[in-house]
Design a protein around this ligand. Structure first.
Ligand SMILES: [Zn+2]
Length: 301
């Protein structure tokens, strides 16, 4: 404007027009910014997931994101920032999930304005799970009811969003030495019942008193005795990932402790409903139990 060659009158008129125009442009652009949903691109890993395993969903966006969630079946997972413009959500796929194409619903909320709502597609393939038949005596029928009740105590914790910080790094280690005496997802049919109940974890058997350790870094969020499970420890590893350990003889970890990979949690036992000394290891991702052994071979960075 310092070197404006135009006569004053023309300048005044054009300035009025320019100011009016600028106000219009500002109003329009702020309306646009307020109403615009963030741009979002999704990739799933793996594109075909086996029922009973973990699915990673990556979100790429050039826009500022306040929060993003992913809903699949009853589970809701949160996206966490992993790198510049890159977010990730982990969801557990039930071992009972039917094979075929699936859709999860993502909601990405920017700093302001409307959220972006997108369908995220992936495929589920069937897992191979052994079937075993369990004969229940009337006394054990009662124990089965106790297991449902005690399972709810634990579910109330691992269905929560938990710690936002990712505490683990690398692959998980086994929580105990021993042999796998029952795999995750093994179908158990009970006498007089027409449903198959999948085993919700991996059983590792060894002698009583074998140390049980944390398979990855985590915070102790539960340590107590439950009638059907014996002594129980649960860890929150962050990003919606929880693990828990049942039937322990004794617990050494304290509630609130931050334990490193390999740190002692307690000793293997056969407390509660168990036919021999073993540790039952469950892993829940966004509230759904998945195969913990996958985490010992596949890194979820
Ligand atoms: Zn078990």
């Amino acid at each position: 404007l310092e070197n404006n060659p135009f006569p004053l009158r023309i300048l005044r008129a054009s300035r009025r027009a320019a100011v009016a125009g600028a106000v219009l442009v500002l109003a329009a652009s702020s309306l646009w910014a307020k109403g615009r949903a963030p741009a979002a691109r999704f990739t799933v890993q793996p594109s075909t997931v086996t029922a009973g395993r973990t699915l990673a969903v990556w979100l790429e966006t050039p826009d500022a994101v306040k929060a993003a969630t992913l809903v699949f079946q009853k589970a809701e997972a949160r996206f966490f920032p992993m790198a510049e413009n890159r977010w990730r959500a982990l969801i557990g796929i039930s071992s009972l999930e039917s094979p075929g194409p699936k859709t999860a619903q993502a909601v990405v909320q920017g700093r302001r304005g409307k959220p972006a709502r997108r369908a995220v597609s992936f495929s589920v393939q069937a897992g191979t799970y052994p079937v075993s038949h369990v004969h229940l005596t009337p006394e054990k029928e009662r124990l089965l009811e106790l297991m449902e009740r005690d399972g709810e105590v634990l579910a109330k914790i691992y269905r929560k969003p938990g710690i936002s910080e990712k505490l683990w790094s690398g692959t998980f280690i086994l929580p105990a030495t021993g042999v796998v005496s029952s795999v995750f997802g093994a179908r158990r049919s009970y006498t007089g019942r027409n449903w198959l109940s999948p085993h919700s974890g991996t059983d590792i058997a060894n002698s009583t008193g074998t140390p049980v350790v944390a398979p990855g870094r985590g915070r102790v969020v539960y340590r107590d005795r439950l009638e059907s499970f014996g002594n129980v420890v649960m860890l929150d590893h962050g990003h919606g990932v929880f693990s828990y350990y049942l039937h322990m003889l004794e617990i050494s970890a304290k509630k609130g402790d931050l334990v490193d990979k390999g740190a002692p949690l307690g000793l293997m036992g056969q407390e509660g409903v168990a036919t021999g000394p073993h540790v039952h290891w469950s892993l829940a991702v966004a509230g759904e139990r998945v195969d913990p052994l996958e985490w010992t071979v596949t890194e979820f960075p």
